[in-house]
Ligand binder design. Structure first.
Ligand SMILES: NC(=O)c1ccc[n+]([C@@H]2O[C@H](COP(=O)([O-])OP(=O)(O)OC[C@H]3O[C@@H](n4cnc5c(N)ncnc54)[C@H](OP(=O)(O)O)[C@@H]3O)[C@@H](O)[C@H]2O)c1
Length: 199
């Protein structure tokens, strides 16, 4: 694995592994990942696929080809989301991983998904008002990270890199992050000479 991938994996990787594991996803599941193109979402969606589930993921249309390539069925977010999800999964969605908020939990509840099968790492209002789950990075350690690393090295999980910044441009990296538009992970490289080791 390249140092770049290893460097971005810790928080997002543990979060994705812990949340997917907490739902015991199987081939009987139809899963929705809210924010499937984001840093946590893109790992979560791939892990749910590996669990055997059919996976729907919300993203803007520019990111739909990437999701399709990773075996995820893209759904546009925004107004009309509940209707699009109902049309895509007429027999229902059984588990939901919300990684960005923006009404994913509300949509899941309106579709009749059981609260204990909804996990959010971003919607604190939903966590306070509904019996949804909030499993995240704190619920997994180095063993789970090593499992994910194996999947990446085998080529079963891909880690798209949105952009790279040297440490002196960390403000620009942060500005990119808060756009909420990153596709996969943003990398900050502290020591450019270490990038040689990626080759
Ligand atoms: N609890 C924990 O353990 C834990 C761990 C890590 C992160 N987090 C939290 O989880 C959240 C996500 O982190 P992240 O690093 O994965 O975020 P991120 O990479 O910054 O998310 C960016 C993605 O959000 C998507 N997005 C924006 N608006 C959307 C919408 N309305 N519907 C669906 N997708 C939308 C964008 O896709 P499009 O451009 O295609 O819309 C973009 O790909 C953050 O709030 C972070 O603080 C919690």
């Amino acid at each position: 694995m390249s140092l770049t991938i290893a460097g971005v994996l810790n928080v997002a990787g543990r979060t994705a592994v812990a949340s997917v594991r907490s739902q015991q996803v199987t081939a009987r599941d139809v899963v929705l990942v809210g924010g499937a193109a984001g840093g946590v979402g893109i790992l979560t969606a791939q892990l749910a696929r590996i669990g055997g589930a059919r996976v729907l993921g919300t993203a803007s249309t520019a990111n739909h080809p990437l999701l399709r390539r990773l075996g995820v069925e893209p759904i546009a977010h925004g107004p009309g989301l509940v209707d699009r999800l109902r049309a895509a999964a007429p027999d229902g969605i059984s588990a939901v991983f919300d990684t960005v908020g923006h009404g994913t939990v509300d949509a899941a509840l309106r579709l009749g998904v059981m609260a204990h099968r909804i996990n959010t790492i971003a919607d604190y209002d939903a966590l306070a008002t509904h019996a949804v789950r909030g499993v995240g990075g704190a619920d997994a350690g180095t063993a789970e990270l090593a499992e994910l690393a194996d999947l990446i090295v085998r080529g079963d999980v891909e880690v798209p890199i949105d952009s790279r910044y040297p440490l002196e441009r960390v403000r620009d990296a942060y500005a990119r992050s808060v756009t909420g538009r990153a596709v996969g992970k943003i990398v900050v490289i502290a020591d450019e000479s270490s990038a040689d080791l990626d080759a």
